[in-house]
Ligand binder design. Structure first.
Ligand code: AMP
Ligand code: MG
Length: 314
């Protein structure tokens, strides 16, 4: 299959209407979309990404009216969260509508819904005239793509089209919030922080799996965000500087030692923005070990640490 590259939202949306799969930019990372109501098209996402069938997709909307096509009911918690954070980098999980095919939700009776605020994503979704399910546009397990070239690297020849946009603004995936519970539960931290949600729901909490509890966000159990290089989390620079090359460093400090690649970030936001493209650059340069400096787990730091831990787990 030849992958068509375009900057035209109309051209890209045509592929969705024909039952194809299209990668498109959003404010979080690039997504790989298909019409949620077309089972064959949704199946193409799983095939192209080699995504395990038990990992649910997030439905992307451009209009508040589309929520009722996807959710059986909007809980009072969801109503408040939607009012506050839509459009933006946050996904609400709600009971799914009958019509949503089970392949999209990986067999779950709930569905994740998000309304991106990214200009191109909004215009593309409008042209599609249907909600579009989209996981991140990478091969399963690889770092999420923050620019279209990363999508091309993983999925060229496997998908119908890439809608070309700029580098994504945030660089980490959306905050996922379960709104089917009595208080909101953050299943996956993101740029909209737990602190932000607690301003509205002080009792909101972060999901932590207990051994006797079923997995609530199945995707979280899979291998994630991993470059080919080994990711090592460090608390201080000395741990990395004494190690042998080839090695790379990313973090807030400014190393003086011998590294093959260094990314010193000015802020946690910049670190979050850069981390996935840094992982990919390390792979291109065949770097064996990437030392990632830990950050404080507040604000987007919680999401960044979540991704770094998953990337380091082998
Ligand atoms: P990705 O867009 O590749 O980050 O994948 C979407 C992620 O959103 C999944 O791996 C899940 O962790 C989460 N998700 C999507 N739908 C649901 C749902 N119905 N319930 C819980 N988590 C979900
Ligand atoms: Mg993903």
């Amino acid at each position: 299959m030849e992958t068509f590259l375009t900057e035209s939202v109309e051209e890209a949306a045509k592929f969705i209407k024909l039952g194809g799969v299209v990668a498109f930019p959003t404010e979080t990372v690039y997504g790989l979309g298909a019409n949620v109501f077309n089972e064959k098209a949704v199946a193409k996402i799983f095939k192209a990404k080699r995504r395990p069938a038990d990992n649910p997709l997030i439905a992307h909307i451009s209009d508040f009216n589309q929520i009722k096509l996807l959710a059986k009911k909007v809980t009072p918690i969801a109503e408040k969260i939607i009012q506050e954070f839509f459009p933006g980098p946050l996904t609400v999980v709600l009971p799914k509508a009958e019509k949503v095919p089970l392949i999209a939700t990986a067999g779950l009776d709930t569905i994740g819904i998000r309304m991106p605020r990214h200009e191109i994503a909004k215009r593309f979704l409008q042209c599609c005239e249907t909600p579009v399910v989209a996981p991140s546009a990478n091969l399963s397990g690889r770092p999420s793509p923050t620019d279209w070239r990363a999508v091309y690297e993983d999925l060229s020849g496997r998908i119908d089209c890439i809608l070309i946009g700029e580098v994504t603004e945030i660089g980490l995936e959306s905050t996922v919030v379960d709104c089917t519970t009595e208080t909101p539960v953050v299943l996956r931290p993101g740029a909209i922080s737990l602190e932000d949600i607690r301003k509205i729901f002080p009792a909101a909490c972060l999901f932590s799996p207990k051994s006797n509890e079923p997995v609530r966000s199945p995707g979280l159990k899979h291998k994630h965000y991993s470059p080919k290089a080994k990711v090592v989390l460090i608390k201080s620079l000395e741990e990395a500087e004494s190690a042998e090359n080839p090695k790379a460093f990313i973090g807030l400090s400014k190393p003086t030692g011998d590294f093959d690649l260094i990314k010193s970030c000015e802020s946690v936001e910049e670190y979050a923005h850069e981390v996935f493209s840094f992982f990919r650059e390390c792979d291109r340069r065949k770097i064996g070990k990437i030392y990632c400096e830990e950050v404080e787990e507040k604000g987007i730091g919680l999401a960044l640490m979540d991704r770094l831990r998953r990337a380091s787990a082998r």
